[in-house]
Structure formats: C-alpha cells, structure tokens
Design a protein around this ligand. Sequence first.
Ligand SMILES: [Zn+2]
Ligand SMILES: [Zn+2]
Length: 447
Amino acid sequence: MKVSWAGILGMVLILPAMAVPAAAQGQLDEKIDSNINDWVGTYKYLHEHPELSTEEKETSALVASQLKKMGYQVTDHFGQYANGAPAYGVVAVMANGAGPTLYVRTDMDALPVTENTGLAYASKVREKRPNGEVGVMHACGHDLHMTVLLGTAKMMAESKDAWSGTLVLIGQPAEEVIGGAEAMLRAGLYAKFPKPDYVIALHDSSVLPAGTVGWHAGPMLAGADSVDITIRGYGGHGAMPYITKDPIVIGSELVMALQTIVSRESDPQLPTVVTVGSFHAGTKHNIIPDEAHLQLTVRTMTPEQREKVLTAIKRITNGIAEAAGIPAERAPIIEVAKDSVPATINDPALTQRVATSLVKALGKDNVWPGQPIMASEDFSLFALENPKPPISMFWLGATDPQKWKEAQEKGTRLPGPHSSEFAPLPEPAIRTGVKAMTTAATDLLHK
Ligand SMILES: [Zn+2]
Ligand SMILES: [Zn+2]
C-alpha cells in the first residue's frame, strides 16, 4: 500500500470520536462503552485461535452462536465450494418490519503466516504442511472484522425501534483463497434468504490510524486474473539453434513486450499491473526445450480495462510467436484462469450515503479519503449476482496512532496486512468500527 497521507498529517490525531453527535449517537457511545471490554476479549480470543481458509469450523461456530444469542435467525455451514465441499458460511437474519434489506459482510479466515508481533495474545497455532510446519495468524485482520460485525449485530438488535427493514449478517469463509463468497452465492444466498438492496463491509487498513475510517467511491480494490502461457517451439541441440524454434528466446522477448501494455497501451490514470511471476523452461545447458511456461498476474480496476489488457496479452503473445516463425498449429496456448476475481467497485450513490453516516458517527476529521489499492477481494462478487445489489466497502484504521504518527514524521516502517508483525490496536479500532457500521446500517434501514 502506498502511504500518501503526508498532506493530511497534522489535521488528525484527535482520536477517536470528536463529532458533535446527535442524541442517538450519544446513546450509541454509552452502549459501546459498556460492551467494549467484552468485544476486546472476543477479538483477542479470535486472534489467538485463527483457522485457515476453508477450515473456519470453530470460528464460524463462535460467530453463529453469538448471533443466535442476540436473537438472529442463524443458518451455519452455508455454502458449497466448486469441488462440492461444504463451506462454513454463516447467515444471520433479523426481520424488523417493512423496509429495505441490508447485508453486512465479514470474512473469517486467517493466513499461513507465523506470527511475530510479540503480543500477549499472539497466535501459537501451527499447521503441518508437506514441507514442514507453518504458523497460522489473523494477519489480515479478519478477527477485527468479525468483532466489529458482532458488535454491530448487538447494537442493531438492541435498537430495533430505531430502524425498519431486514438486516442480514454474513460470516464469509475463505476470502484469502477467493472462494468463500462464490461458495455462498453458489449455494443460493440471494435466493434462500431475503434479496439484498445493499451490501456493505469494511476492511482494516494499516495506513490509517485507529480511530479513523477511509472511503472511496468507484474502484476500491483491483480485479485479479491469473494467466498461464505455454510457448510451443521446436526443441533440439543447444549447439544447433538454427534447426530449432527456441521457446526461451520467444518467452524472454514476451516478458519484455508485456511490459509495454502498462507503459504504452494503458491510460496512466487507470491503475494496471501486469507481472510475470513465473517463467520455467528447459532441463539442461545444451538442450533447447520444446516449451516454455509463463505465469502472469494481472490487476485492473474496471471490466473494460481488464478486457483490454487480456486482449493485448493474447495479441502480443501470438504476434511474437508468429514473428519467430512458429506455425499456426504450434501457436501459444493462453489460458485465463476461471478463478479470476473482478474489481471491487464501490457503488457511488451507496458509498456517498455510507460516507455521510461515517461523518455523522465519527466527525469529519476522522473520515479520510480512502486510497484504492491493487490487492483483490471476493467481496466484489456480491455485486454481480442477481439482483446485482450496489456494494460498498470502507477502510477501518487499525494502526496505533502513536506509531502511525512516528511513521509519518520519521519514516519508520508500519507493518501492514499479511505481515507477521501486523498488530491492529484493538480498542479504538473496534469502537470506531462498531460505531461506523452501526450508524451506516441504521441510516440505510431508516424508518
Ligand atoms: Zn488478506
Ligand atoms: Zn483481508
């Protein structure tokens, strides 16, 4: 993530909430005060007991049982992966009269990262892998997301006279491997439960201090595609290249030519990444192989840009092979993986409404412009299934404000999501998240 908040430095750090709140906001503050210790406890428990993607059995049971206690109608173990395996999705419904249906989503999975935060509640969980043991850690902050969802659930359940409509809370498994959202949608999420009018979520951010949130309308997270390219030449003796068609030379030219998609074909205002992450060919010094294999990751922010970049990859790959004299029957094989994930595009109108709620909840000084990033999320999929509801995700500041300030002033490193040292500051982040999400949900389900 790029840190480009320097310009806003100095304007903040009066934390966390400094709005002039309406009476309802004052009540919400009091309720949050009386629950915050419990929530920090829940957060630390979840942090200490992480489960990897698709294995969220205990985590989802905890989320489901807490939501049941609050009076939600809960379905657990909801979802089915592409291979037919069941998923640990949680769907909790609270019907509260006429009005729209709002979905609020959290993810629940952890990462194969060995924790190195030194925190008293650090994860000591290890999983056996074929090539040794790996640590398991909530290194992306999904424990924070779950805690905020549970806090929001409680606040909403205790203020049913303040809103009208249907609230659906989603505990989504397997976000990190991009499979959980699809698993729940495949199992008929929008058909078996009330159809959504809006879907909202938050994700923690290390570039924002705890106590703040960030929002951005339009593309927020990139779409990701994996592309596999097989260059097919004609192998032979390394000493006689003239009777071969060398796929390594063709592949090398291709790696360089692909860079021009970003530098010469893309609008510089449209963030785009084309990375060749793997290039494998050959077995020995003096053998020209028959094939070379390249693996690419492509990141784009809009469906049009995605289509343009994928088309350019095909055109350049085929063109370079043809220029090298590869006949049509040995043309490169270009495969775009089916598990691609589209960009997360925040619906402008919904995002504007959520942003208004964020300002109401936290005061405008604690609501910042949120930078889009080139990471990807399967939250995007909730927008693409019929009835294709508008979606919006905002950033929840997670970094200790003191450390954040030092980083701005002295350039010290701030560990971010997926780092073994990522350590959100629980209390202000949970408080801010619950306040922001409860206010947004209440406003979207206004009477
Ligand atoms: Zn992540
Ligand atoms: Zn995440």
